[in-house]
Write a protein that binds this ligand. Structure first.
Ligand code: ARG
Length: 469
């Protein structure tokens, strides 16, 4: 490359003021067609709405409007069939389409840009794209919830250890654990829905920044494009990228949830745990170690969180301190958003696949659940509610019993009652009814708790809340 070489001819779209062409490096740094071609459908939809409005307002003739719409049809087909002659010299998707329209229909193509700037055009296209992406991701989130809810129903009573600090804490059910993720992904859906609600206003008609002297009808274009209303301030309309930031924030938070589930799958599949088994569909082998089954899909889903956080930081940093209104910096808004949408879409599909695929191993889960005295809290609770001790004292007595049981290498429900009574005389045989993990589980009936009957009811409620909407 010789970066300082200069192209001979000036840009056809604004060449009037220019005598020479751009340096090669100018073209390279300036071009966005390599990525913003993904906006083609939105760009064409925006142009149609704009042309129709210009016709309705008497700014454009009916014939020109028709020629423009027909030309845009052809362009749409050409792009879909991968026959469109994209040109880097034409910078971006907007000018590529307009130049092609001129090739196809001649002079009327030049009238399409009446009362419009690329500044309101790109803001419109990008909002439409983010809106579509939001809808697609929302659907994928719902599909993941559906897979989790189905798993929760099947495994409503399957005992596993619940952890704090990744130390066995209290027994829970696998179904209850899966439903925790249903809640997280439900909040993520809410964040995307919020983002969509706020982004759904139309920048089109703001012009370059100040509006236009043509008698345009912004309500008409807004309605045609499915927006709720035109944006109120023309400067804000071309300068705002909050919608992209909100989208990236929602994506980043969703990725934290995905990464936690992915991490748990990695842990559950590990030899030390062996809680679940993934099928061949979601594992890979090792080129050297024939025995290996690696949970790569989970690991990559976990790692993609890093990319998406980076995407959010990228755009926050691009937007920070930009003076109103449009600056070319804002062309850098698209790649992080595309990358985040792609990464999240892939991760959601992989997670839904794995959740539908994994097979829990009940024996390993139960064996792990009974280790580590997970019913100690139940013993303490019994001392409070039956023996009438203050909780702090009960905590202390239970600690002593656990210490003694541990010294003997037995579980609490195997520890002789007489030895418990030697530690505290208020203990009776009745305590045995709460010391098994099954009893502990069945007793967790408080709202939101893990008792299998609760989990079954929670499955039904989750279906109503998340799948019937
Ligand atoms: N490709 C540009 C972008 O994505 C379109 C807007 C260009 N506007 C301008 N005033 N140069 O931001």
């Amino acid at each position: 490359m010789s970066p300082n070489k200069t192209n001979k001819s000036a840009n056809a779209q604004w060449g009037g003021r220019f005598t020479g062409g751009p340096a090669e490096v100018m073209e390279q740094i300036n071009t966005s067609i390599g990525f913003d071609r993904r906006l083609f459908a939105q760009d064409i939809a925006g142009s149609r709405a704009h042309a129709d409005m210009l016709v309705a307002q008497g700014i454009l003739s009916t014939e020109d409007g028709k020629a423009i719409n027909d030309g845009l049809d052809t362009i749409s087909r050409e792009i879909e069939d991968e026959k469109f002659p994209f040109s880097q010299a034409l910078e971006d998707i907007h000018m590529n389409i307009e130049a092609r329209l001129r090739d196809l229909i001649g002079e009327p193509a030049g009238r399409l840009h009446t009362a419009r700037s690329r500044n309101d055009q790109v803001a419109t296209d990008f909002r439409l794209w983010v809106r579509d992406a939001t809808d697609g991701l929302e659907e994928q989130l719902q599909a993941l919830q559906a897979a989790l809810i189905a798993g929760a129903e099947t495994h409503a009573a399957l005992i596993m250890p619940g952890f704090t600090h990744l130390q066995t804490a209290q027994p829970v059910t696998f179904g209850h654990h899966l439903l925790a993720y249903v809640e997280m992904f439900g909040r993520d859906r809410g964040r995307f829905a919020d983002c969509r609600r706020r982004l759904n206003e139309s920048p089109l008609g703001a012009g370059a920044l100040a509006g236009t002297s043509f008698p345009i009808d912004r309500k008409q274009t807004a309605t045609a494009l499915g927006f709720d209303r035109p944006m109120a301030n023309s400067l804000d309309a071309v300068a705002d990228r909050d919608f992209a930031l909100e989208f990236l924030s929602a994506a980043a938070i969703t990725m934290t949830h995905i990464s936690r589930l992915a991490e748990e799958i990695v842990i559950w599949c590990s030899d030390g745990f062996g809680f679940v088994r993934l099928s061949d569909a979601y594992t890979t082998g090792s080129s050297m170690m024939p025995q290996k089954r690696n949970p790569d899909a989970a690991e990559l889903s976990r790692a993609k969180a890093g990319r998406v956080f980076g995407d959010l930081m990228t755009l926050l940093t691009v937007m920070k301190g930009l003076p109103l209104t449009y600056s070319k910096d804002m062309q850098e808004d698209k790649e992080p958003v595309f990358d985040a949408a792609d990464s999240l879409g892939l991760a959601l599909a992989a997670m839904a696949g794995m959740v539908g695929d994994f097979e829990p191993m009940p024996d390993a889960m139960r064996a792990a659940a009974i280790k580590g005295y997970p019913t100690a809290t139940d013993l303490a609770d019994w001392l409070v509610s039956v023996a009438g001790m203050p909780f702090r004292e009960a905590h202390h007595v239970t600690g002593e019993i656990v210490k003694a049981a541990e010294a003997r290498g037995v579980l609490l429900d195997q520890f002789p009652i007489a030895d418990m009574q030697a530690i505290d005389g208020r203990i009776t045989e009745d305590v045995l009814s709460v010391l098994s993990i099954d009893a502990a589980l069945a007793r967790r009936t408080s709202e939101g708790g893990t008792a299998p009957d609760n989990v079954r009811a929670a499955v039904a409620a989750a279906r109503k809340r998340f799948l019937e909407t």
